[in-house]
Design a protein around this ligand. Structure first.
Ligand code: 5GP
Length: 217
């Protein structure tokens, strides 16, 4: 690929604070372009078409799949989510670092198609914080929260597939850390955030998530 822009994939459990983190990153620094995904899920209160997502029907989404209009797409909690191709390709060609905030199946598709992409997993300091954030934001029903926690437990199995893991404890700190990490990764792998150096933490959050969803149907 003949460009300088990086393709950056950010995944993390629902409720890990990824959305806020990404918004802050693009506000605070000018070299990032945030891709807006298409989804078939209903907009949450305060979400705007074209800003958080392009909201579409299943028919519209499937038509775009047929036209190869996505660089990846996946089904998550019974809805489609996908990354439109045009924006990503044009921004990267213009030298921007393009960020995709997507779940793990999509991340694995990107890893295959774009071997130079940088994959980053954002996690809260513990599973308890995750449950609190999901409940605190009040945008999902209890049933949906259980579904998302189960999905988090499944996704936790794949953390080692990512290049880096970053813990979102304090938002301001995390934005700075993330920017520094991404800038440094232009020059090579950054050992400090490699999941291999955070095995204990990863095991601990996996165990906590398993405990949380145990007994839920
Ligand atoms: P939410 O419904 O909370 O906005 O998003 C649910 C999950 O879908 C999150 O893990 C989010 O990262 C992921 N997601 C958002 N957009 C995309 C996309 O374009 N592709 C894929 N594969 N996942 C996405």
């Amino acid at each position: 690929m003949k460009n300088n822009g990086l393709l950056i994939v950010i995944s993390g459990f629902s409720g890990a604070g990824k959305g806020t983190l990404m918004k802050r990153l693009v506000e605070d620094y000018s070299n990032y372009a945030l891709s807006v995904s298409m989804t078939t899920r209903q907009p949450r209160a305060g979400e705007e078409n074209g800003r958080e997502y392009f909201f579409a029907t299943r028919e519209e989404f499937e038509k775009k799949i047929g036209e190869e209009g996505f660089i990846e797409y996946a089904s998550y909690c019974e809805n489609y989510y996908g990354t439109p191709r045009d924006y990503v390709e044009s921004q990267m060609a213009g030298g921007k670092d393009v960020i995709l905030e997507i779940e793990i199946q999509g991340a694995m598709q990107i890893k295959k198609k774009y071997p130079h992409a940088i994959l980053l997993f954002v996690t809260p300091p513990g599973a308890g914080a995750l449950q609190e954030r999901l409940m605190g934001r009040g945008t999902e029903t209890e049933e949906e929260i259980v579904k998302r926690l189960k999905r988090a437990a499944e996704e936790a199995v794949g953390i080692e597939e990512y290049d880096y893991i970053i813990i979102n404890d304090d938002l301001d700190e995390c934005v700075k850390e993330l920017h520094a990490l991404l800038q440094e990764s232009h020059h090579g792998h950054v050992e400090k955030y490699d999941p291999r150096h955070h095995k204990e933490f990863i095991e601990e959050i996996r165990t906590q998530l398993q405990e949380l969803v145990k007994g839920e149907k």
